[in-house]
Design a protein around this ligand. Structure first.
Ligand code: PMP
Length: 399
């Protein structure tokens, strides 16, 4: 018998998105074409100024270790970006640059949680929040949110129901994966109220902040006021906003006196985010906003096509996504649990989706569709789903 393994590491669950992709590989191996609406990754390539800056930085010899907090020049650029785009007043010393927002979340959870602590995770919620909490030894507690007028909606009572005497942090995400919601000021005020009442940290994942559509506006909980900012750590990255997933560049924005601890955890995890990518990130924030605007316009056209197409299927209700690149639609219960439904649609329609149950029990009859795919693919995929789904009324009448 080999020696035992870490209990904490083993308690972190695997990824449903990866599991579904493996099932899709098996279907494809049988010669069936599969349309991939599962992956949460932009189908765009990084902006040209970013690529050029990275190549220049490599040629200029910027391949050494840098400050574990991140290059000063980049932190200044991030502070300016957060000020202009999100109205946040940020000192560069509040910022710690990390390998993606995974790196940021990893540093934050390790800096704030202990094995005797709980963390509240809003549900439906992105799966890794639970896993990252478990890795610290703390216990993730799901807080299922209600559906109001067809949309998942965050409220104080639902959050508070998950708070225990051990709770130390609440994790929120806006724009919200998987629901496609953008949290309103009133919802964020509810989060702030619960955090203040129970003296909790707020971990605010804003990785989709640039991907909002129509009337929706991204608002950071930290923008509600200095008392809230003093208990908030924002985690975000360039992955979605600038189509730079594989570049691994993210950051935390923390209260000034917490940032050094985050920098220390980051140092012992990765030493620093990749140095020449930090130079490229400066070019992203400084010279690539027109790229972001263009990408956002294309996502907006796709989200309209997705909502229109899904709502035309009898038994499916898809509220128009306000942000992210995910549609989160409810499917008639007659089709069964979302895991079975997603497997059925993979087998019978050749469409890869993510079951809502991956995000918590509140969304057992929802399916997440990533519209990071071109319009023709979206239309073909939804047509395949429509053809493969038996009308729900037929199923119920046979019960
Ligand atoms: N947060 C959310 C809500 C996400 O959807 C993702 C990626 N799917 C991440 C964080 C992590 O992204 P990255 O590490 O590339 O910034």
């Amino acid at each position: 018998m080999p020696p035992p393994l870490s209990k904490f590491a083993q308690s972190a669950g695997g990824s449903v998105v990866v599991g579904m992709r493996l099932l899709a590989d098996a279907v494809e191996a049988r010669g069936v074409s599969v349309i991939d609406f599962g992956i949460g990754e932009p189908d765009f390539d990084a902006p040209e100024p970013v690529k050029e800056a990275a190549i220049r930085a490599i040629k200029d010899g910027h391949g050494t270790y840098v400050d574990p907090r991140g290059l000063r020049e980049l932190r200044e650029e991030i502070a300016a970006f957060e000020g202009t785009r999100h109205g946040l007043e940020v000192d560069p010393d509040q910022i710690v640059v990390t390998p993606g927002s995974y790196g940021a979340l990893s540093a934050v959870t390790r800096a704030l949680l202990d094995p005797d602590a709980d963390a509240v995770i809003v549900e439906p919620g992105w799966g890794p929040y639970k896993a990252l909490t478990s890795l610290t030894g703390a216990t993730p507690i799901g807080a299922p949110m209600p559906v109001v007028d067809g949309r998942f909606t965050l409220d104080a009572a639902s959050l508070e129901a998950a708070v225990t005497p051990r709770t130390r942090a609440i994790m929120i995400n806006t724009p919200w994966n998987p629901t496609g919601r953008v949290l309103t000021r009133a919802e964020l005020e509810d989060v702030a109220m619960v955090a203040e009442r129970h003296d909790l940290w707020i971990i605010a994942d804003e990785v989709y902040s640039e991907l909002v559509y129509g009337e929706a506006r991204h608002l950071s909980v930290a923008a509600l006021g200095p008392e809230i900012a003093a208990r908030t750590v924002i985690v975000t990255s360039l992955s979605k906003s600038f189509a730079m997933t594989g570049w691994r560049l993210g950051y935390c924005i923390a209260p000034l006196d917490l940032a050094p601890l985050l920098a220390r955890v980051n140092q012992y995890t990765s030493r620093c985010a990749t140095s020449f990518v930090q130079h490229a990130a400066v070019a992203a924030l400084r010279d690539s906003m027109s790229f972001v605007d263009d990408m956002r316009a294309q996502y907006a056209a796709r989200r309209d096509a997705v909502a229109r197409g899904l709502n035309a299927i009898d038994g499916v209700n898809c509220p128009s996504p306000e942000g992210t690149f995910y549609a989160f639609a409810s499917f008639d219960e007659a089709w069964g649990d979302s895991r079975d439904l997603a497997s059925y649609l993979l087998e019978h329609a050749g469409v890869l989706l993510t079951p809502g149950s991956a995000y918590g029990p509140a969304s057992r009859h929802h399916i997440r569709l990533s519209f990071a795919a071109d319009l023709a693919t979206i239309e073909e995929g939804i047509a395949r789903m429509k053809d493969a789904l038996p009308p729900p009324a037929q199923l119920t009448s046979n019960d």
